[in-house]
Design a protein around this ligand. Structure first.
Ligand code: TXA
Ligand code: MG
Length: 317
């Protein structure tokens, strides 16, 4: 039988070496992380970064997150302080991205951080990508592996759906455990949350002994990725619905909703973490089934529900 996914490679030692070779040659490989799948390229290489922006059709003013295995390598590229260490100790490796001041001598391609004075950095937990980073002498710029403004991929075949054979290598490390992009916390200037995620602002605030705000609107686009329209499945979404409109796919939460062909339940047990994990998968599935519109019930705005609602609001914009 013909392999319909000729560019998907299961995580093992041999395939990790193949990914390494591609990245060392400034090529691009899709990699798994615990949040979502990403498109990885050498963060020190302009050539790799240009490829990433082209593939994603991403506006150049939207900077990428730089992924590291260790603090020792990060120290060459960014200034770190007490607050960083406190959060790092508690949440890294994991789904937390820090905005830090970039060092003048850093080798990070200025294209990767849109020429800003800051860089976004993260230490992913997924074993495949963690090991990959450990074996490289440079950090990886890894944005989510989707065409700009569409839904992020949470498994290897989702990446294939986005890019087909336009990328030569997709490292399959199983389904993303969390299913939503990392929390972005700015430690550069005023400390605050730029993008909500699995690690909530309350937890972060507790560690820093500080009440944190979540960025809503700014004059200047402070986290340029926080574009109003984003995470969109490409069909209209209506939020806070009680009943579905005619012919709409209906996304629900909790067991009070009956089953049906057009009913998609994010979590029968009203577990917000499960709902987060199912969200992008469900949006992709509904689109594939050919529905022309999506209705969704109200999702509780607490814990990771805050991140779910953030993504839904942008998807519906
Ligand atoms: O979970 C994640 O963070 C995933 C996985 C693959 O690691 N990556 C991801 O990357 O979501 P991306 O490129 O889709 O989103 C990066 C976000 C954007 O909102 C971008 O604007 C913001 O981080 N960002 C990057 N550098 C920044 C900077 N220097 N200052 C403020 N925001 C920044
Ligand atoms: Mg993204």
């Amino acid at each position: 039988m013909k392999n319909i996914y000729p560019n998907i490679f299961k995580y093992n030692k041999n395939n990790l070496s193949k990914a390494k070779i591609i990245l060392k040659k400034n090529g691009i490989a899709a990699v798994p992380t615990e949040t979502v799948y990403g498109l990885a390229g050498n963060a020190y290489s302009d050539k790799s970064i240009i490829k990433i922006y082209k593939l994603k059709k991403r506006p150049k003013k939207n900077p990428l997150i730089i992924h590291y295995h260790s603090i020792s390598m990060l120290k060459k590229d960014a200034y770190i302080d007490k607050n960083f260490f406190k959060l790092y100790k508690k949440f890294s490796p994991g789904p937390l991205t820090y905005i830090l001041k970039k060092k003048e001598k850093s080798k990070i391609s200025s294209l990767a951080n849109s020429n800003l004075n800051s860089i976004a950095v993260r230490f992913p937990k997924n074993i495949a990508t963690k090991n990959l980073l450990k074996q490289l002498k440079f950090p990886l710029a890894i944005p989510s592996a989707n065409i700009s403004s569409s839904v992020s991929p949470v498994k290897a075949t989702d990446v294939f759906d986005e890019f087909g054979k336009k990328i030569s290598f997709i490292l399959d490390g199983g389904k993303s455990k969390i299913g939503l992009e990392s929390t972005v916390v700015s430690l550069y200037g005023k400390i605050r949350i730029l993008r909500p995620g699995a690690i909530g602002h309350v937890k972060i605030g507790k560690v820093l002994k500080k009440k944190l705000s979540i960025l809503k609107k700014t004059k200047k686009l402070e986290s340029p990725g926080l574009l109003k329209k984003h995470y969109s499945p490409g069909i209209p979404i209506k939020l806070n619905c009680k009943k579905p409109d005619d012919k709409a796919a209906f996304i629900v939460f909790g067991k009070k909703y009956k089953k049906g062909k057009n009913i998609f339940n994010l979590s029968y047990s009203k577990n917000l973490n499960i709902a987060a994990k199912n969200l992008y998968k469900t949006l992709r599935k509904i689109k594939k089934l050919g529905y022309k519109k999506i209705n969704i019930v109200k999702i509780p705005n607490k814990e990771i529900g805050i991140a779910i609602n953030d993504r839904l609001k942008r998807a519906a914009y």
